[in-house]
Design a protein around this ligand. Sequence first.
Ligand code: UGA
Length: 445
Amino acid sequence: MNITIVGTGYVGLVTGACFSEMGSHVTCVDVDKTKIENLKNGILPIYEPGLENLVIQNCKEGLLHFTTDLAEASQSSNIFFIAVGTPPGEDGSADLKYVLGVASEIGQNIDKYSVIVDKSTVPVGTADKVRATIQKELEIRGKDVEFDVVSNPEFLKEGAAVEDFLKPDRIVVGADSQKAAKIMQRLYAPFSRNRDKLIFMNVRDAEMTKYTANAMLATKISFMNEIANICEYLGVDVENVRKGIGSDRRIGYSFIYPGCGYGGSCFPKDVKALIRTSRDTGFEPELLASVEKRNMIQKKAMIEKVVRRFGTNLSGMTFAIWGLSFKPGTDDMREAPSVVVINSLIEMGATIHAYDPVAMEQARKEFPENLFSTKKIELFNSPYDALDNCDAMILVTEWKAFRQLRFSIMVEKMKQKVIFDGRNLYDPEEARENGFEYHGVGREL
Ligand code: UGA
């Protein structure tokens, strides 16, 4: 199969690399020349476990190609994946300018039956817009080319993207024609050998499925964060409650970890977009609006605890921040709680010592240069170096390397022995036995 994938971000690049790994010929297209040149040389724009290997290997085997020229790619291809960004607009709606831009270009280039697959997360009704855009271009060219638009949302998680793609729980395909559905079935056959993982439905249902999955997971997190807050006022440890309810198979253990709120490029954007879509239909989504609101408040949960402990004037104080990426396993800092925490602390006059196993470069881009030059934020090469002379350590992202605390080093390095554990990674009793004051999420006020 010859596939063209437009967009070499997380979704596009992983999709391209994984299809080529399963033997398809894949051409990845992007407008960013530097990105494409780098990819040709095996330099990836993102950190994702296992991805670099797949890209380099499949390029070598001649199965994976990179180009900036969609026209060239479309000569040999009749399956086009649209995997470009859908940034949130001012009102929370997903901005479709890139998706429809690619649709135009596809319409300008196809000459034979083609399947156009929406892989980006796009609101219900987008496939209709993609179809109309392609049709318009074909009419301008005076061409009568048959094509189908399919919705095939992606469910991969950052940090486990390759594994999620190669071993998916399910593959949702929204297709309004048998011909397109058959092609999608053949394309995904290598991923579905042990059991049939394909779930077919119509295009709009597939579009909605993606938003519903992310909204459901975000709801679980916000629900648990709300419970954590109630627990604090009741003197209950939410960690015991979490274990107690997770053991009910109907609830399950996943996505019920309280913390500093959900971040990343997906949940915040998708929940907002679904709220927008819903309001556009005239329906007020009360629950989703609360999920979003709880998350915004939750990102400041650690700050509230800092203020309760140290007051609002933090000048002269230094805080160590462990973990900058929005979750472990990625260098992505989009909507990361760490950004809210760091900005709030700096606003109150504090100085920041930060460490992250992979997101340090990203952090340099995330904050204004003057914060680094004035040493308001300093980046350190090890979590323990970051503790030097600190009044407190705040754990924001639960990287594995942070799981075991080396208390003896901490005692030596820190000015005050205070831990704010934003992910409930530590045992409060053990921390206290080692002379530390401990503040977690949903454990006490
Ligand atoms: C999420 C979904 O999990 C994927 O299925 C989906 O494909 C993807 O969005 C997408 O739409 O592209 P991702 O954003 O990579 O994936 O990250 P998650 O692992 O879902 O974590 C999201 C956020 O929730 C993180 O900030 C994490 O710290 C937080 N979280 C997660 C919690 O606070 N508690 C939990 O129990 C679980």
